[in-house]
Design a protein around this ligand. Structure first.
Ligand SMILES: Nc1ncnc2c1ncn2[C@@H]1O[C@H](COP(=O)(O)OP(=O)(O)O)[C@@H](O)[C@H]1O
Ligand SMILES: [Mg+2]
Length: 320
């Protein structure tokens, strides 16, 4: 099978260091630094005009910074833009129409532009078309596709040269729920293959289920960044736990009332809910004690990291 991406050997694939870009008096990007590791999906979140597209275009060598630098697989966008371009797949937020090309011709055109020849070109075009679910659309005009299929065609195009970094500028904007879910599955698969993925959105909820990390930008400046896990640990020392037991719910409730680190256990319908101020180790110990004490636990669920909460904390509600 043709590989879709070329994982980078080192942990960090994209490193942005002190990037600054001015348009006249406006500092569109102001001393921005962050990193995107291999195999991760990093959400680049901020309101319209925050500087996301400008940052991404610089990383894709389409624009020059006024200060700072960005490195892809250790290559500088300033010193070595050609090598960077070989490693980056960039999907812009809007597409140019290419008249009179069907899906396969469209991909073949860009495969040629990427220097692919002969059987290798055919093999690569077929592999990316199959991966992106375009196999039944091969003869369709490239401009006549639905928004979702058009998005997949352009994702396929960014994969033709087996990049290690994907930069996707607001790919979910305007997609219907099904197309969004399907697109998300493709992105996850690519990350699982080792791609580093930077994906922007001005709508938080769009990314909350996709990302392993976030970088939040406002007026050209980074206000928050890191893995969801680390950020959540910093924001919240407590986690909400949901517990379901078979049999005597009241007995389990009474037991929880005796436990340190357990706060305000409540019976909600057929379950117990409480706030827990211990770490994962302590949670595992509590679960073991419950089971050891004869409570028949069928569910013990820590409410996942809530991106909205993190976001509100970081931006104090200035963003949507
Ligand atoms: N080519 C340009 N010329 C002048 N101003 C620009 C240009 N590109 C972007 N800007 C401005 O820079 C700021 C950041 O824009 P952009 O990077 O597109 O933000 P985002 O993608 O987060 O919406 C905005 O205020 C925008 O108007
Ligand atoms: Mg933009």
């Amino acid at each position: 099978m043709t590989e879709l991406i070329t994982p980078t050997a080192s942990e960090t694939v994209l490193e942005v260091r002190g990037l600054t870009k001015r348009f006249g008096m406006l500092r569109a990007v102001d001393d921005v630094s962050f990193a995107v590791p291999r195999g991760s999906i990093t959400g680049f979140i901020g309101p319209n005009g925050a500087g996301k597209t400008t940052t991404m275009r610089i990383c894709a060598t389409l624009e020059l910074p006024d200060g700072g630098d960005a490195f892809v697989d250790g290559r500088s966008v300033l010193e070595d833009p050609r090598r960077v371009r070989d490693r980056v797949g960039f999907m812009p937020d809007r597409f140019e129409p290419y008249a009179n090309l069907d899906v396969m011709q469209f991909l073949d055109f860009f495969a040629r532009a990427n220097g692919l020849r002969g059987r290798e070109r055919l093999r690569t075009v077929c592999a990316v078309a199959d991966f992106c679910g375009l196999d039944h659309f091969k003869d369709r005009p490239a401009t006549g596709l639905s928004k979702g299929m058009g998005q997949r065609l352009h994702l396929a195009k960014t994969l033709l040269h087996q990049p290690s970094l994907l930069i996707l500028d607001e790919p979910a904007a305007g997609l219907d729920p099904r197309a969004r879910i399907e697109f998300r599955a493709l992105i996850r698969e690519l990350a699982a293959e080792g791609a580093a993925i930077l994906i922007s959105s001005h709508i938080l909820a769009e990314l909350s289920e996709t990302c392993t990390g976030v970088v939040v930008i406002e007026q050209g400046r980074i206000v928050l960044g890191g893995t969801l896990k680390d950020i959540a640990a910093g924001v919240r020392e407590r986690q909400d736990i949901l517990l379901r037991v078979l049999g005597d719910l009241d007995a389990a409730h009474r037991y929880l009332l005796t436990q340190p680190l357990v706060h305000e256990p409540q019976i909600v319908e057929n379950r117990l809910e409480f706030t827990f101020s211990g770490d994962d180790e302590a949670a595992a110990d509590l679960l073991a004690r419950l089971v050891g004490g004869g409570h028949r636990v069928v569910e013990f669920v820590a409410r996942g990291v809530n991106l909205e909460e993190i976001f509100m904390h970081a931006t104090r509600g200035r963003l949507q």
